[in-house]
Design a protein around this ligand. Structure first.
Ligand SMILES: Nc1ncnc2c1ncn2[C@@H]1O[C@H](COP(=O)(O)OP(=O)(O)OP(=O)(O)O)[C@@H](O)[C@H]1O
Ligand SMILES: [Mg+2]
Length: 476
């Protein structure tokens, strides 16, 4: 059973040979004995073939002990950032002992990892032994929170940070009481040589090499976090001063490079500023066009031409309503438009400005919140404008008042927009530009349908279009 699982997982996830798998199978079959003998939790992990992670292929828990793990972890993926010891042994073919390690399950354990090698001395897996450690050490006791490797030369200047720190993206810099560099992990060394242009850095004064850290060292608190911006980099520097019975005073710096992140943030901000500016210009240009038309209308225009110009004005207003709604939002780079709000805006502009009829305009969202992209919103705005204008223009001839009803009905896949009036109804209609605009936008932009529903009094127009990535529905 154990052997079969090892074989199945190795075949599926690793590129180990049959011979290598046999070695692991043998080891797995005696894993339970090791676990019982040592009273610790035993695992075998193997590297995945497609990524730099590993997978647990076998496990054994000591019989009779309180379980450390609730469930089996066989088949689970192991990540380097959580289990550095595993990857250290893999890479270097050496044993590693971590006195306190946090597992992926969030348990603090003492962990010993030994590489499993084949006849060619290649590491084919690692054998892990874990025992639960009672509690975390106090945070200021950094030195006991260390890793001991098999050979002494792996330890760098007694700080004992080498295995984990080699794997960290953060830069670690340790200096003595005279601010001289005692230890830096590879990322730290790279930062120092990049910023100072020097390679031989150990034992040299860090402030001579990195003067921008002056404020960090001058600050009196033992533990402090700084945000530093140099000419080249944006850094977060965590300073931990380690006092040893008032003797020497070492300082550990943990530095995070946020330069890329900040550049991306700036780019995003620029993008959103540019988009907002574009929306502004579109809106202003539309207003300029509208003003030009109004000027022309004042300029001795024959009465019969006025209506046509008014219609054009309304079309322009309905498009600029979309931009006004977008610009009123906090984040103008997100160009989503609430169609109910848009409808209200179009209706108020049109009825109040252009006609002297007493019309009740009723908008019924039916609890729906319809959000579309600005492109779709422009089409919907123009369609609503045409339909309402038709009612205002044709339905109430010879009447003083009327009702126009704009209703949104939504099911999971479709939005229906109903515009109806209680006017004279359609008599022998001659289609014109208005109908053409609606047809074009409904079929080509909204992928929907446009039709009139027969009714006894007045006119009832319906357009329907599918819900999708650019048309989203929410409950309100
Ligand atoms: N709500 C309505 N009530 C009565 N008749 C209508 C209504 N809507 C449309 N019609 C009839 O349908 C015809 C076609 O409408 P359409 O919008 O295509 O043209 P229009 O409104 O006359 O001109 P425009 O091209 O400026 O819109 C109208 O001329 C009118 O006779
Ligand atoms: Mg019309």
């Amino acid at each position: 059973m154990v052997k079969a699982t090892v074989k199945k997982l190795c075949k599926q996830y690793t590129d180990l040979s049959d011979q290598d798998i046999k070695i692991l199978q043998e080891m797995a079959s005696s894993l339970q004995t090791y676990a019982d003998l040592s009273g610790s939790y035993m695992f075998i992990d193997c590297k995945l073939k497609l990524s730099n992670q590993a997978i647990v292929v076998a496990e054994a828990f000591p019989t009779g002990s309180t379980p450390l793990y609730n469930n089996s972890v066989v088949g689970r993926i192991v990540f380097e950032s959580f289990e550095p010891g595993v990857f250290y042994s893999y890479r270097n073919g050496k044993k590693s002992i971590i006195q306190q390690a946090m597992t992926q399950e969030g348990i603090v354990v003492g962990q010993t990892v030994v590489p499993i090698k084949n006849r060619h001395h290649q590491v084919i897996g690692v054998l892990i032994s874990e025992k639960q450690v009672k509690s975390l050490l106090p945070a200021n006791d950094v030195k006991t929170f260390s890793i001991v490797t098999e050979t002494a030369e792996d330890q760098v200047t007694g700080a004992g940070l080498s295995v984990v720190s080699d794997l960290l993206m953060e830069m670690l810099i340790l200096t003595d009481s005279d601010d001289r560099l005692v230890y830096a992990n590879p990322a730290g060394l790279q930062l120092i040589s990049e910023m100072s242009g020097q390679d031989d850095v150990i034992n040299r004064n860090v402030l001579d090499m990195l003067p921008f850290l002056q404020s960090v060292y001058e600050q009196e608190d033992d533990v402090f976090v700084f945000e530093l911006t140099t000419q080249k980099k944006d850094l977060t520097v965590k300073k931990i001063r380690m006092r040893e019975k008032n003797k020497s005073q070492e300082t550990l710096l943990i530095i995070q490079d946020n330069t890329e992140l900040r550049t991306k943030e700036k780019e995003l901000m620029m993008k959103s500023v540019v988009i907002k500016e574009i929306h502004h210009r579109v809106k202003n240009n539309l207003q300029t066009v509208a003003s030009l038309i109004r000027l022309q209308m004042r300029n001795n225009m024959p009465v019969e031409s006025r209506a046509a110009f008014e219609e054009t004005l309304n079309r322009i207003y309905s498009i600029s309503s979309v931009y006004e709604i977008i610009l009123r939002k906090e984040h103008a780079d997100d160009d989503d438009v609430n169609i109910i709000n848009l409808t209200r805006k179009i209706c108020s502009t049109m009825v109040l400005n252009e006609y002297n009829l007493k019309v009740d305009l009723i908008i019924e969202p039916n609890g729906n919140k319809i959000i579309t992209s600005s492109k779709k919103a422009v089409s919907i705005a123009l369609i609503i404008n045409e339909l309402i204008q038709n009612s205002l223009k044709h339905a109430f001839q010879g009447k003083e008042s009327g009702i126009i009803d704009v209703e949104f009905i939504v099911d999971q896949d479709f939005v229906e927009l109903h515009v109806s009036d209680n006017g004279v109804g359609m008599k022998d209609p001659q289609t014109s530009l208005g109908t053409e605009i609606i047809h074009n936008l409904v079929t080509n932009d909204l992928n929907g349908e446009f039709l009139y529903i027969p009714r006894e009094i007045g006119t009832h127009a319906v357009i329907n279009f599918p819900v999708g990535a650019e048309v989203e529905i929410f409950d309100e």
